[in-house]
Structure formats: structure tokens, C-alpha cells
Design a protein around this ligand. Sequence first.
Ligand SMILES: C[S@@+](CC[C@H](N)C(=O)[O-])C[C@H]1O[C@@H](n2cnc3c(N)ncnc32)[C@H](O)[C@@H]1O
Length: 207
Amino acid sequence: MDATAKFWEKVADRYAKQPVADEQSYQTKLAKTREYLTPDSTVLEFGCGTGTTAITHAPYVKHIHAIDIADNMLQYGREKAAKANVSNISFEQATIEEFQAPASSFDMVLGLSILHLLRDPQTAINKVFTLLKPGGVFVSSTVCIDERQRYLKYILPIMKLLGKAPFVQSFKVADVERLLTQAGFTIDHHWLPGKGTVVFLIAKKPL
Ligand SMILES: C[S@@+](CC[C@H](N)C(=O)[O-])C[C@H]1O[C@@H](n2cnc3c(N)ncnc32)[C@H](O)[C@@H]1O
């Protein structure tokens, strides 16, 4: 198994028990995302973790395809969806890099707390652009350690060597915006919740 999958499989039980770090910001992101959803929406979420966000949005859309690299994260998602009587989410073990679907398949793609974890975020964002229908949106929430937590740039690689942290990009907010605009997106909504180390962006694929 690939080292990234191994890391996330190892932390899945702990991750599943953790409460949302900033509940108020999380609720604001959910509400803003919902403004872009309709009962006909077909959604892809990559790096869906234990499925909390997908399960929350499911009653407002047609279908959500939720993918994650870690099979045990998905197992939590499947169990939580069944408990919530949600039947319009399909969970699949896949990375965003290897995921296959025809171009223009989705009205929305969700990538929450994930872009900073990818080795090649530009390729992933380009792929998201292709997967979206014209007029579709990419909703992302991305940690930018190069804004206010620059010390993490030095600590995280050591923690990674010890198996205590995943690979993390040293993003500034402007870096994430540039990756999106380089892929062809226009930024429709920009929000810096909390202390400004996370950027929440809704990027639109032009019609
Ligand atoms: C920080 S968690 C975020 C989970 C969820 N999106 C949330 O906001 O709580 C990152 C998730 O991405 C998954 N992941 C990491 N690299 C991935 C990749 N290349 N493709 C798909 N999923 C990935 C991990 O297994 C983990 O569940």
C-alpha cells in the first residue's frame, strides 16, 4: 500500500472521533456551499474522509460520489450514511489522481482539507476542471501554513519522517488562487475563516 494511504488508514479511527475543529466556520461553509446546490446536482467529493460533509449535503442533491484514498475512512462514511438513512451517496476507494469519470460529469466538486495534502495540486485541479460541467463549481477549503504558521514548514517534514504527519504543501492563499485560475477557473467566493490559515474558495468553470 502507498505511504499516503497507510498514513490515513492509521489515523482514521482517531480522525473519526475528533469533533470539527471550528464548528461555526464549518457551518458557514456548509451554508455557502448549499447556495450552489439544487435537487438535480451531481456532486463529487474527493478526500471525503468519514463522509460527514457528504451526508450533510445529500438531502439537497441528486447524487454524491465520495472518494477517499483510505478504505477505513470510507467504512465510517458507509456506516454513518446508513444510520442517517442516506442512500444517494456512493463511496469508492480512489485517489483524485487515479479517479476515472467522463469529462463534464459533475455540477460540483468538493475538495475540503485536501489540496494542501497533494504532491501535485495543479494536476488535480486541472482534472477537477475537466470533470466539472461548464458553469459547475469547485468548492475547496485549504490550509495555508505559509501565511501564519511558517514554523510548520520546518516541523512537519520531521513529523512526516516520524510517521506523525502527512506531506503538507507550504501554501500561501495566493498560491491556491493561482492554481485555480491557471486551470481556467474564476473565483466566485473567497473567505478566510478564523485566523486566516485556511482559505475557503468557490471557483467556477466558465460556461
Ligand atoms: C484532512 S482529511 C479531510 C477529510 C474531509 N474532507 C474533511 O474535511 O474532514 C484528508 C482526507 O483525504 C484523504 N486523502 C489523502 N490524499 C488523498 C488523495 N490523493 N486522493 C483522495 N483522498 C486522499 C485522506 O485519506 C483523508 O481522509
